[in-house]
Ligand binder design. Structure first.
Ligand code: ZN
Ligand code: ZN
Ligand code: ZN
Length: 127
C-alpha cells in the first residue's frame, strides 16, 4: 500500500491527458471558428446575382478593389472602411467616394454614370 502511494496513480495520469486533449480541442475549435469567420466575411451589396456575368460587379468602381477589401488608404477591410450606396444603385468604398466627391472634377456626380450623387439610405448590417 505504502509503495503504491509514491507513484502517480493511473487516475491522475488520465486526468492530465484529458486536460491536454480538451485544451487541444478548444484551441483547434477557436482556430477553425476564426478561419470560418474570415472565409465567410462579405459585404451584402445586393449584387449577388451570379447570372449577371459581370466580373467587375463586385469591385469598387473608383479603386477597382473588391468590396471585401479596403480602399487604398486603409489597411484593414471591415467596419473601418465601410461601403456607401448611391441612389443610382452604385456602391463604392465610402473613403473612395468621399475623396472623389471632394475633387472639383467630380461635380458631385457618381463616377460611374455621372448622375448627381445621392447617398442611399442603406446601412450595413453587421450580422
Ligand atoms: Zn474603392
Ligand atoms: Zn478606406
Ligand atoms: Zn451611379
Amino acid at each position: 500500500m505504502h509503495k503504491q502511494a509514491l507513484l502517480p496513480s493511473s487516475g491522475q495520469l488520465e486526468s492530465l491527458e484529458t486536460t491536454i486533449f480538451i485544451w487541444l480541442l478548444t484551441t483547434m475549435k477557436v482556430v477553425v471558428k476564426n478561419w470560418h469567420a474570415i472565409a465567410q466575411w462579405k459585404w451584402d451589396t445586393g449584387n449577388n446575382d451570379a447570372d449577371e456575368g459581370d466580373v467587375e460587379g463586385d469591385v469598387c468602381g473608383i479603386c477597382r478593389v473588391p468590396y471585401e477589401g479596403c480602399c487604398p488608404t486603409c489597411k484593414m477591410p471591415g467596419d473601418d472602411c465601410p461601403l456607401i450606396w448611391g441612389e443610382c444603385s452604385h456602391v463604392f468604398h465610402m473613403h473612395c467616394l468621399l475623396k472623389w466627391i471632394g475633387t472639383a472634377a467630380s461635380k458631385q456626380q457618381c463616377p460611374m454614370d455621372r448622375r448627381p450623387w445621392v447617398t442611399a439610405e442603406r446601412k450595413v448590417d453587421p450580422s
